[in-house]
Every structure is written in C-alpha cells, then in structure tokens.
Design a protein around this ligand. Structure first.
Ligand code: FES
Length: 109
C-alpha cells in the first residue's frame, strides 16, 4: 500500500519572477518535470531527464533538507556545462518528495 500523499511547496525563480508551486508526493517524477509543466515551455529539459543535456540546471538557494536525487550522469554533465558547484544541480535528478518541501531554486537555463 502506498503512503498517503504529502503536500510540498517549492519556490522557483525564473526570469526574475518567483513562482510558489504547490504539489504533492508522486505528482511529478522529478523537479524538471514539475518546472517544465508549471513554468517553462521552451528548451528546458531537452534530454527528458537522462541527465545528459544540462538544460535543466537550477541553483539551490535554500532547502530545509537535502533533496533526494537520482544518480544518472549528473556530475559529468555539470562539469561539462559549468564549473562544479555544490549548489548547482540538474533538476531532472531531483526527486519530488517530502524532502523537497521548502526548497528554493533559481532556474539557470
Ligand atoms: S533534462 Fe537533460 S540533463 Fe536534465
């Protein structure tokens, strides 16, 4: 039996605008899919979450807990696209779960 859904609030800064997004566990597979669906429509998440294109980069401004991540190509893609910084992540590698509640990110792509 699946655990009951938990509400999640995420702040996303995109092109100078701050979007406060409400979601819940299991509504989206990754932060990239959430941002793509709710905010961005062009050239964001071009490889559809394979961790290869780097078009879904976000800067983590603050978080209550470290977001849960997948581990597909993220380090290599970040190194190829930008100097590796701890607070820069591929949003396609971040799982939308209760750890993400309170997360603030800025879209870099
Ligand atoms: S969607 Fe391509 S690296 Fe994230």
């Amino acid at each position: 039996m699946q655990a009951p859904a938990k509400n999640i609030t995420i702040s996303v800064s995109y092109e100078g605008e701050c979007h406060e997004i409400q979601t819940y566990t299991n509504e989206y597979r990754s932060l990239m899919m959430l941002i793509y669906d709710r905010i961005c429509t062009e050239s964001f998440g071009e490889c559809l979450g394979m961790g290869k294109c780097g078009t879904c980069m976000v800067e983590v401004i603050s978080c209550r807990r470290q977001p849960t991540g997948y581990d597909r190509n993220e380090d290599m893609t970040l190194l190829r696209n930008i100097s590796a910084k701890e607070n820069i992540r591929l949003s396609c590698q971040l799982i939308v779960d209760e750890n993400m509640d309170g997360l603030k990110v800025k879209v870099l792509s």
